[in-house]
Design a binder for this molecule. Structure first.
Ligand SMILES: CC(C)(COP(=O)(O)OP(=O)(O)OC[C@H]1O[C@@H](n2cnc3c(N)ncnc32)[C@H](O)[C@@H]1OP(=O)(O)O)[C@@H](O)C(=O)NCCC(=O)NCCS
Length: 176
């Protein structure tokens, strides 16, 4: 770990080599494998957009990231938050992956990445209709998202991810 506290958030460039990308370890093996093996290809093919957090004090080490895509939620899956008056497919932004390297966790960087996710979501909502921000949360991350304002869309079950939503107006309020 470096002594520097200068962290830079930038749009991930799939043509660039990132120091430490293959060694990235957030403690979640699925996310680690995705960063090492699939992230570059997925962004190159425009299946998601990625923003990466670099430690400028350690040779721009890859220490955190998130990926976003467009998504449509089926209206019945939103019963927990709205039971009628929605089209059959509800437009959303989807937060696919989020991670902060284990050595950098607990220092506000996850929250910083989520602030950026909210800003990106709001920016898109000024161009196309968006009901909110959707994600599938791992059991150990559900409380992290609830504290930010996300609502579980079904009863929590530790054996599978919990679908969660944050309405666009809640995102707007959280970024004020
Ligand atoms: C979840 C994750 C991104 C949080 O990153 P982080 O940099 O440690 O988070 P922060 O330091 O910004 O923490 C912000 C707040 O959330 C809390 N928090 C962090 N991780 C949490 C968790 N897993 N559950 C509940 N609360 C959590 C912190 O205590 C802090 O609370 P405070 O503001 O009251 O002090 C990180 O732990 C991670 O990469 N985990 C493994 C991958 C993962 O689970 N990704 C999400 C998959 S859906």
């Amino acid at each position: 770990m470096s002594g520097s506290e200068l962290f830079v958030l930038e749009c991930y460039d799939p043509t660039k080599e990132y120091h430490g990308q293959k060694q990235f370890d957030c403690g979640n093996q699925i996310i680690n494998a995705f960063v090492a093996k699939s992230l570059r290809k997925q962004v190159r093919e425009s299946l998601s957009r990625c923003f990466v957090l670099l430690d400028a004090g350690d040779n721009d080490r890859f220490i955190g990231f998130y990926t976003l895509s467009s998504f449509a939620i089926l209206a019945p899956d939103l019963m927990a938050v709205k039971s009628s008056g929605l089209p059959s497919r509800v437009p959303c932004v989807r937060l696919i992956m989020l991670g902060v390297d284990k050595h950098y966790q607990g220092r506000g960087l996850g929250r910083r990445l989520m602030k950026s996710v909210f800003e990106k979501t709001l920016a898109v909502s000024e161009r196309i209709g968006l009901y909110g921000l959707y994600l599938d949360a791992d059991a150990q991350a559900v409380e992290f998202y609830i504290a930010l304002g996300f609502v579980p869309l079904r009863t929590r079950d530790a054996s599978r991810p919990t679908p969660m939503l944050m309405h666009i107006e809640a995102i707007r309020a959280a970024t004020r």
